[in-house]
Design a binder for this molecule. Structure first.
Ligand SMILES: Cc1cc2nc3c(=O)[nH]c(=O)nc-3n(C[C@H](O)[C@H](O)[C@H](O)COP(=O)(O)OP(=O)(O)OC[C@H]3O[C@@H](n4cnc5c(N)ncnc54)[C@H](O)[C@@H]3O)c2cc1C
Length: 386
């Protein structure tokens, strides 16, 4: 397949994850024609939850998706930390961040993309990109475009084909089982409408991040060191987890029966620069990070919306890409470094971890965001990083 360019600028995007759907929507809303290629036969996300920090909510508001997230998700009352069954801190009261299920967020983004006119092609696998302006497809030759975007995740084939980009990739010894469980009666009500970060550090670190994602679902992120094999598998080992978190036995029992969950190990990808010619990386393909701060998708969403905004500011694509990267780079690198540090030091386990410095990523404001929009998400004084 060889696509002719039209007068409207045209983008070919690989990967219909959160980053790919966001960038495709933001470009289409600015008058681009966009074709989005997803390797899977359908457009979907697995069964877990996600925290969307203020940075992401602002960017999602720019593309018109935030109202639905606020309606369908949960704004946590507090971020509580519990060590060995005792509460050690309750932070972020009033901070504007939301929890929602991944399938719901993904469906909202896919709907927004379609409504903006994005053509989504499923069962279409990218194998690389030509910096001159073409996406290389496994079954359909090459698709020419003014801009080619690799939003194909941490294992990005687009990134790996761009040999001018330097890559540093690191895998860690921690991993997480993520799943959704039905919300039992005992875990409803205001007491439970909060993020609770349950830790135990001896004999080895284990963590259950408890996040309500709606009236009927709880998302559990169950972290363990991969040298603890019984705690590093799906379906989860109810006995091992209940011994370490006896106060959560009821939800652990439900987690043992949950379907559609996933185990992943932590990884970081650092790519320099993020673009070569007319090919650019967005999301985990450019900057996968440890999930200690729950910022990976949020940073990808911010960068995706800002990319479309930067391209609107100038006619020269390569100049716009360089300007965009100059704006996002420090925030993204800091988020990666801080997440890795918090993961390595178990810095969140003892509570009161959300220092002003750590909140810089959540407080970052995309260039596409107006002051009026910012005012919809006021930051409590205690959580300001300025
Ligand atoms: C345990 C854990 C918890 C997390 N919690 C949070 C959180 O609370 N908040 C947050 O903001 N972030 C969180 N993250 C990070 C977040 O999940 C990722 O940053 C985000 O999902 C990355 O989105 P993406 O679209 O860049 O990539 P992906 O989600 O990997 O999507 C890539 C898409 O591209 C497709 N694809 C892959 N290869 C090809 C190809 N060659 N051709 C075509 N299509 C292809 C894939 O099928 C997929 O649909 C967490 C991560 C982990 C591991």
């Amino acid at each position: 397949m060889t696509t002719q360019r039209t007068t409207a600028r045209h983008a070919e995007v690989a990967g219909a994850g959160f980053a790919g759907l966001t960038v495709a929507t933001a470009l289409a809303q600015r008058g681009w024609t966009v074709r989005l290629h997803e390797q899977n036969d359908d457009v979907r996300e697995f069964g877990a939850g996600i925290l969307l920090w203020r940075n992401a909510m602002l960017a999602l508001d720019v593309i018109g998706v935030a109202d639905a997230i606020r309606a369908d998700g949960v704004q946590p009352q507090y971020y509580e930390t519990s060590l060995d069954g005792s509460t050690v801190s309750a932070e972020l009261p009033g901070y504007p961040y939301w929890a929602i299920t991944r399938p719901r967020l993904h469906a909202l983004l896919a709907d927004a993309a379609r409504a903006a006119g994005v053509e989504i092609v499923t069962g279409s696998r990218a194998v690389g990109a030509d910096p001159a302006g073409a996406l290389l497809l496994a079954d359909a030759g090459q698709a020419e475009a003014d801009l080619v975007i690799g939003a194909d995740g941490a294992g990005s084939a687009v990134r790996d084909s761009l040999t001018d980009l330097a890559q540093e990739r690191k895998k860690y010894s921690d991993g997480v089982c993520r799943l959704l469980v039905p919300r039992p009666e005992a875990f409803r009500g205001e007491r439970w409408d909060r993020v609770i970060d349950f830790w135990t550090l001896e004999p080895d670190a284990m963590r259950i991040l408890f996040i309500p994602t709606g009236p009927d679902t709880i998302y559990l992120g169950m972290m363990a060191e991969t040298r603890n094999p019984r705690a590093s598998r799906i379906p989860i080992d109810v006995e091992v987890w209940s011994q370490r978190f006896p106060h959560l036995a009821q939800v652990i029992e439900l987690a043992g029966k949950a379907e559609g969950g996933r185990h992943d190990t932590y990884q970081t990808t650092r790519v320099t620069p993020w673009s070569a010619g007319r090919a650019v990386l967005v999301g985990d393909s450019a900057h996968a990070m440890c999930p200690a701060l729950g910022q990976g998708a949020s940073v990808g969403i911010v960068n995706a919306v800002d990319l479309a905004h930067a391209l609107e500011q100038g006619d020269d694509i390569e100049v716009s890409l360089a300007r965009w990267e100059a704006r996002e780079r420090r925030m993204t690198d800091d988020a990666q470094a801080r997440s890795a540090h918090m993961a390595a030091t178990r810095g969140l386990a003892r509570g009161s971890g959300f220092t002003p410095e750590l909140m810089e990523t959540a407080n970052f404001v995309s260039a596409a965001v107006s002051e009026e929009l910012q005012a919809r998400y006021p930051v409590p004084e205690a959580n300001r990083s300025w």
